[in-house]
Design a protein around this ligand. Sequence first.
Ligand code: FE2
Length: 251
Amino acid sequence: MFPTRRQALKTLTAAALASTALGRLSSYAQTPAPTPAPAPAAKAPTGPFTLPPLPYAYDALEPYIDTETMHLHHDKHHAAYVNKLNEALAKEPSFFAGTNIDDLMKNLASVPESIRTAVRNQGGGHANHSLFWLTLSPKGGAPKGAFAKALEADLGGIDKVKQEMAKAGGSVFGSGWVWLVLDGGKKLTILTLPNQDSPLSEGHFPLFGIDVWEHAYYLKYHNVRADYLSAIWNVVNWDFISDRYDKAIQA
Ligand SMILES: [Fe+2]
């Protein structure tokens, strides 16, 4: 039986529609679906603290501290402390009145509880590393003036200090620092603190700290922290530390 004209038209129309739909489908298959516009990223706070530049070239402390470690340590780890500190402070906008990082760490107890741990860790990281870069230098040298005398009187001299700091730094479990500080009575003291805890928060004035977390030495010294603690003395900026001691003792 032949289809009626109406039936034939219906069949043609259906075929045409199917063909068009297939054509569309095939053209969709060939053209990548448009990528939706990315959602606007949450804007990271850009202050109040910023990453200080290194006071020397990244390769300046070679071969004792290698270039790649300096890049990672400064550009990634220190930068992360700064960013996370700013993020924490942004959560308590009425608290922070623009003090410097050392004063913030000295007054950690007055930081709102909701962000105190973050400020302790990230602010401590920023304070400690900011000082660390300044206390290193390719020039090396030796303690001088009143500081050299105080090292002798309080701690038995620079050789003893190197031994004691290497020993104490080697005993830190996990992340932390070994510090040469002026204690509350302005006496030179060696101590260790865990993680990024700042000596300032403990009532001490830091003169020189050695970061003994693995990120400070692992690329060059692998797991042999003792070799790093022995090599670092070649690049200590004793002029800077001696001057820092003089200013602190006169304050
Ligand atoms: Fe570090």
